[in-house]
Design a protein around this ligand. Structure first.
Ligand SMILES: Cc1cc2nc3c(=O)[nH]c(=O)nc-3n(C[C@H](O)[C@H](O)[C@H](O)COP(=O)(O)O)c2cc1C
Length: 174
């Protein structure tokens, strides 16, 4: 299965809501080859149990899902002007280079502020390219995401929906 990675372990995060929206839209379009991997489900001691050659039994099934996936959608919230530390720790914990080498990534940035993680998505593009990933040129930024999502986890704004829809079509063809 391909993976939509919700890039934070924050409880009740908007990133996970956006991840669910992407999953629902992919299924609606007939692509059922996707699952969500939320960073709230990684081992809580990840930084001590799964870096620098260590591997915990709890991370093994996560590594297996990463190894199997060919495409990833990273949903990346803006934390202090960049992507979250937990996302970098997660990437560092994954087997290198096999996890991401020559695979495909689409990036979605979001924030409660005005910029939709433009800078963090640029930073994370550099990380993806270092890992030899092909990054879909169409990146989505969702500033003031709290105003974009409705109570049902939908994106009511027509323009937002149009761009997200375009990206999802490109991800399917990627
Ligand atoms: C540690 C931390 C740092 C943050 N820094 C920023 C920031 O630099 N700019 C911004 O617009 N929002 C910032 N936010 C707010 C997030 O963008 C906001 O939580 C948003 O809903 C997306 O992240 P979420 O998935 O955690 O909900 C920050 C949130 C946290 C928890």
């Amino acid at each position: 299965m391909n993976l939509i990675i919700s890039g934070t372990n924050r409880e009740k995060s908007n990133s996970l809501k956006i991840a669910n929206y992407y999953l629902e839209q992919l299924h609606t379009k007939g692509d059922d080859q996707w699952e969500i991997l939320s960073l709230k489900d990684v081992p809580h001691m990840l930084a001590f149990t799964d870096l620098y050659g260590k591997r915990s039994p709890a991370f093994e099934p996560i590594q297996a899902r990463i190894s199997e996936a060919r495409k990833f959608i990273f949903i990346v919230p803006e934390y202090n002007g960049s992507f979250p530390g937990i996302l970098k720790t997660f990437v560092d914990a994954c087997a290198f280079p096999a996890s991401f080498f020559h695979k495909k990534a689409a990036l979605v940035g979001l924030s409660s502020g005005k910029y939709g993680n433009i800078r963090g998505i640029d930073h994370f593009t550099g990380v993806c390219n270092y890992m030899r990933m092909h990054v879909l040129p169409l990146k989505i930024h969702l500033p003031q995401v709290q105003n974009e999502l409705d109570a049902a986890g939908q994106l009511p704004d027509e323009l937002t929906k149009k761009f997200v829809n375009e990206q999802i079509d490109e991800i399917i063809r990627f």
